[in-house]
Design a protein around this ligand. Structure first.
Ligand SMILES: Nc1nc2c(c(=O)[nH]1)N[C@H]1C(S)=C(S)[C@@H](COP(=O)(O)O)O[C@H]1N2
Ligand SMILES: [Mo]
Length: 549
C-alpha cells in the first residue's frame, strides 16, 4: 500500500494552519522580534515615566527575594559580581524564548499564542505590583510591553500566514497554471512584506534601545547632586585627614592599596535597581524601644545637632568572602556616631538589637551593644572624602567596625528600630545566617599571585590581615612546609583596619607553596580548619603555589 495520498483528496487545511513543507523559522523569528520589541517598549516606558524599575528588573528583584539564602549565595559565588547581569540576562532570554514560541504557536492557533503572551504579561505585572504596588506608573510599562507583543506579532505574522495560504493554494494545484503563478507571486509578496516588516521592527527596537539608555542617563541626577554636595561636605567634615597614614603601605610591588578607592571597592547588595534617594527626600526614623522617637533629615545629621562630624578608618567585609577572597575593603568614612544619638533618645534596658531598614526594603538586625559601645559605629555620608557613591549607599549608610556587612552596613538607610533579637528576623538571618555576625580574624596572600612565575632568588611575599575591633598582633607565613616565620607589618591607625604584611625569602628554581596565618591581639591564632562561609564566615589559612625560574 502506498504511503502517499493523492494531493487532490487532501481536505483544504483551515486558514493559518501549518504546511509541513513551509519553514517554521520565520514564525520563530517573528515571535522573538516581537518579544524584543515589547521588552524595549517596556524599558523605554519605564524611563519615560520615571518608574522605579522595568518589568524585567522587577522580576529579577522578586526572584532575589524568593530565592532561599544558600542558593542565592551559591549563585553569587558561582558567578562572582556577574550575578545581577546574569539574572537579568536569563529573564530576558526566557521572555524572548517564550515569545518566539508564541510566534510558532500562532501558526496553528492565534488564541493559544495570545494567551501565552498574556500569561507572560500577567507574570510581569505580578512582579511589578509585588515590588512597587499597583500604581499606574508602575504598571503602564507592562501594559505597553504586552500590547507591543500582541500588535507586533500580528503585524509580523500576517504576511507569513498570507504567504502560506498562497503556497498551499499552489501546492493544492486546484487552479490552472495561471492561478499557480499568481499564488507564487502572492507567496513571494508575503515573504517580502514579512522581511520589510521585520526590518522595521529591528530599526524600531534599535531606536528604542538608544532612547531608553539616554533616558536612563537623565535619571542619574542623583549623581549631579552628589557632585554639588562634595564642597558642602568638605566644609563640614575634615576630609583631608583621609590620607593614607605613613607606613601603612609597605614597599612591595603587587600589594594592593591600603585605602581602596571608591570605584574599586567591592559591592554587595540585593539591589537590581540602585536606589536613587534625593537628599531633600531622605529621612531617618529612629524608633522602637526608645523613650523618644525622632525623624532626622540630612541637615540634622550634618549640622551638628547630634554631635560633631566623626571620621575614621574602617575595613568592612562580607560574610561571603571566601578564604583569600576580595569581598573586603578599607576606607575613610565620615559621618555621625550613632551611640550618642541612641543615648539621647534613651534606649530601653530590655532591648538587645537594632533593626535597620533601607529604602529598598532590605534589612538587618545589629547587636545593640555594637551601636552603643565606644567603637566607631557611624551613620556615614562620605567615603574616602567624597559623598557616598550611589552603589555604596548614598546619601547615608551605617558602618559598624567588627561586624560583617550583612548584619550592620545598611546602605540607603531610612529606618532604625531599637528592638529585641527574639522579636525580629532580617533578610539574611531569615535565610539561616548567623544572628550576630562578628568578623573573623583572617589573613590573605596577595603577592605573589597564585600560579605566578617569579625569578628564582629573592622573592617578595605579602598581603593583608584583619581582626577588626581587636587588632592584628602578628602575621606568620610558611614557605614549602618549613618553619613559620614572622612577617613585617605595616603601620595602622587603629584596630578596625586591615594591616599589610610582607616578607622576603630566597627561593630555588621550581614549584613553591606558601601559607599565611594571623594572630590577633587577644592571642587568638587563625584556625587552619577550612570552613565554608555559611552561616558565619569562612575560616582557614590562605595558601597558594608559585613557580620560580
Ligand atoms: N540596603 C542594603 N544594604 C546592604 C546590603 C544590601 O543588600 N542592601 N548588603 C550588605 C552586605 S551583605 C554587605 S557585605 C555590605 C557591602 O557594602 P558595600 O557594597 O559598600 O561594599 O553592604 C551591606 N548593606
Ligand atoms: Mo555581605
Amino acid at each position: 500500500m502506498s504511503a502517499s495520498t493523492p494531493v487532490e483528496q487532501t481536505p483544504a487545511p483551515p486558514p493559518g494552519s501549518a504546511q509541513p513543507d513551509a519553514p517554521a523559522w520565520p514564525w520563530l523569528v517573528a515571535g522573538a522580534l516581537a518579544g524584543v520589541l515589547g521588552l524595549f517598549v517596556a524599558t523605554w516606558a519605564t524611563s519615560a515615566l520615571t518608574a522605579r524599575a522595568s518589568p524585567v528588573e522587577a522580576m529579577a528583584e522578586l526572584a532575589i527575594e524568593l530565592t532561599p539564602g544558600q542558593a542565592a549565595v551559591a549563585a553569587v559565588e558561582a558567578t562572582g559580581s556577574l550575578d545581577k547581569p546574569l539574572l537579568i540576562g536569563g529573564i530576558v532570554l526566557v521572555a524572548v524564548g517564550a515569545c518566539a514560541y508564541a510566534g510558532l504557536l500562532r501558526r496553528r492557533s492565534g488564541g493559544l499564542s495570545s494567551g501565552l503572551l498574556a500569561a507572560l504579561g500577567v507574570l510581569a505585572g505580578i512582579a511589578v505590583v509585588a515590588r512597587d504596588g499597583a500604581s499606574l506608573t508602575a504598571l503602564a510599562p507592562v501594559a505597553l510591553g504586552l500590547m507591543t507583543w500582541l500588535f507586533a506579532l500580528t503585524v509580523l505574522t500576517n504576511p507569513l500566514a498570507r504567504a502560506e495560504a498562497a503556497r498551499r493554494g499552489g501546492a493544492g494545484g486546484a487552479g490552472g497554471a495561471g492561478g499557480g503563478r499568481r499564488r507564487l507571486v502572492a507567496h513571494d509578496g508575503g515573504r517580502r512584506s514579512f522581511l520589510a516588516r521585520a526590518g522595521l521592527a529591528v530599526l524600531a527596537a534599535t531606536g528604542l534601545g538608544i532612547g531608553s539608555t539616554s533616558a536612563a542617563q537623565d535619571r542619574r541626577q542623583v549623581d549631579r547632586v552628589r557632585r554639588s554636595l562634595t564642597r558642602t561636605l568638605r566644609a563640614t567634615a575634615d576630609v583631608t585627614r583621609g590620607t593614607v597614614p605613613a607606613g601603612a603601605e609597605l614597599p612591595l610591588e603587587g600589594l594592593g592599596p591600603w585605602r581602596v578607592p571608591n570605584q574599586d571597592f567591592y559591592r554587595i547588595d540585593t539591589a537590581i535597581v540602585l536606589p536613587e534617594v534625593r537628599i531633600e527626600d531622605w529621612s531617618l526614623r529612629i524608633h522602637g524601644m526608645v523613650d523618644r522617637e525622632v525623624t532626622l533629615s540630612f541637615d540634622d545629621l550634618t549640622s551638628g545637632r547630634f554631635g560633631d562630624a566623626f571620621e575614621d578608618w574602617v575595613t568592612i567585609a562580607c560574610v561571603s568572602n571566601p578564604v583569600g577572597g576580595e569581598l573586603i575593603g578599607n576606607a575613610w568614612w565620615s559621618g555621625v556616631r550613632i551611640a550618642p544619638i541612641l543615648a539621647e533618645l534613651g534606649v530601653s534596658a530590655d532591648a538587645d538589637a537594632v533593626l535597620q531598614t533601607s529604602v529598598d526594603g532590605w534589612n538587618c538586625a545589629t547587636p545593640l551593644e555594637a551601636l552603643t559601645d565606644d567603637r566607631s559605629a557611624l551613620l556615614a555620608y562620605a567615603m574616602n572624602g567624597e559623598p557616598l557613591p550611589v552603589e555604596h549607599g548614598f546619601p547615608v549608610r551605617m558602618i559598624v567596625p567588627g561586624l560583617y556587612g550583612y548584619v550592620s552596613a545598611t546602605k540607603w538607610i531610612t529606618d532604625i528600630e531599637v528592638t529585641r533579637f527574639d522579636a525580629v528576623e532580617a533578610f539574611w538571618t531569615e535565610r539561616g545566617w548567623d544572628e550576630r555576625g562578628p568578623i573573623k580574624t583572617m589573613s590573605r596572600i596577595d603577592v605573589p599571585r597564585s600560579g605566578a612565575e617569579v625569578s628564582a632568588g629573592e622573592v617578595g611575599l605579602g598581603g593583608v590581615a584583619w581582626a577588626q575591633g581587636t587588632g592584628i598582633e602578628r602575621v606568620e607565613y610558611q614557605l614549602d612546609g618549613g618553619p613559620w616565620r614572622e612577617a613585617e607589618l605595616g603601620a595602622v591607625p587603629g584596630v578596625d583596619t586591615w594591616v599589610q604584611w610582607s616578607a622576603r625569602e630566597s627561593v630555588e628554581p621550581g614549584e613553591h607553596d606558601v601559607r599565611v596565618r594571623a594572630t590577633d591581639s587577644s592571642g587568638y591564632t587563625q584556625t587552619r580548619v577550612m570552613k565554608d562561609n555559611f552561616p558565619d564566615g569562612a575560616t582557614g589559612w590562605d595558601g597558594l603555589s608559585f613557580t620560580a625560574t
